[in-house]
Design a protein around this ligand. Sequence first.
Ligand SMILES: Cc1ncc(COP(=O)(O)O)c(C=O)c1O
Length: 494
Amino acid sequence: MTPRQLGDTAPEEFRKQLHQLADWIADFREHMHKMRVAPNEEPGNIRAQLPRQAPENGESFARILSDVDGIILPGMVHWSHPMFLGYFGWTSTAPGILAEVLSAPLNVNAMTWRTCPAATELETVVVDWLRQWVGLPEQFGGVVYDTASVGIMHALAVAREQAAPATRELGLTDRNLPRFRIYTSDQAHSAAEKAAIALGIGEENVVRVSSDNQFRMDVNSLGRSVAQDRQKGFHPMVVVATVGTTATASVDPIPDIAKICEKEKMWLHIDAAYGGGFAIVQEHEWLRDGWDMADSVVINPHKTVFVPLDFSVLYVRDLERLRRVFTLVPEVLRGDTIEGEKNYMDYGIQLGRRFRALKAWMIWRSLGHAGIVAGLREQIRLANLFSEWVERDERFELAAPVSMGVVCFRWVGSARCADRAPQRGVPIRADKLDKLNSDMVERINASGRAYLTQTKLRGQTVMRIGLGNILTTEEHLQKAWKLIREAAPSPLSS
Ligand SMILES: Cc1ncc(COP(=O)(O)O)c(C=O)c1O
């Protein structure tokens, strides 16, 4: 049978479709700002428009693309929309889209050097570019995974092997081992717990250390928790410190934490999934203080270094430690492994690996170091500008310090007025304030005109914007601020 009979498309037809798709992508980018940012669908509405059974016979590209337009696009939250300000607002870029398109026809498996030398060597090169940009010492080697959660799991696997040698061969059970403990702040991402679950350490052995009034890990509490655990006969194994926490982008005091890790012989993992990218900017070099004392660092270039999702880099001091834990060459690949070159399948549980390095290489070459820095500075500028607007409006207050592209704030209405001018009204009950803030976010998101998130800080509901999309300009931010103020309760109703 010919490829055509097997479902491929004739070359001239394929060329036409590609041109059509190129136009589709360009139109989408040009007109996306007119679309709703998020749908207002009831759960199940999209499924209801799709057949329950897969088609028996192949369908045309035109038909499939028309369903993308009619069913899929209206059911999406458009993370690339300039008014999308949710979570950590990452970005799509024209060069990033070209890179994704280009990697599709190549469709390689970069599991060993021999299965795709260019993919393997390019990964080593781009990972080292990023290492240099963030000033990590040369002893750190990196590997690309899909996400930071996967990166931390691998880092902690190496820490576990160090704490309990031969776990790779023998496992953890029936060996009379102590309880291993992982410490992270009460603001840290739940990826630490996920790793503890996957590695047989157990979720309950992740100790949440309290944070200070700026949401940074309290080093004295960390010291106390470690000492108490030692007294109980537990084995303090790892500290996961964060540079850019999920809620407020706060930064833990890494140098002080590193000293404790050194003294207690604990592994120090730095979760710089969000903040790592900002460490490229000269005036934010303080973010990397103490990184040279870490054992591992994770950075998500898909959050802050302009690479399309997914692209996360785990750096381990002496990467060979990671290889020793995971290398296992299946017989079928024995002839494919070249000792002198990296075989990236040896650096994690994943065997098959896509050519992720290509998109990082393309976008980083397109922007250059200067372009990356300019993009990050703009995010910081916009975040600071937004926080000034919040501070100037007495009905609102900032809920956390702003250092990168995240602003947490809260409508306090007459509560704040009450402090300053008691005659204006009585303070609003805490639970009512929480509900009002939450309702504002819900209303704005349901309008489809902007998208923000809400979170809890010290038990209080706050609104949160995350900048990052290069399409979001000062004008978009002004529009969002107007929407937020319009969504605020009127003085009478508060
Ligand atoms: C600080 C931090 N660490 C880790 C993660 C997990 O990232 P990923 O989705 O790449 O697993 C996040 C997600 O937002 C995060 O904010």
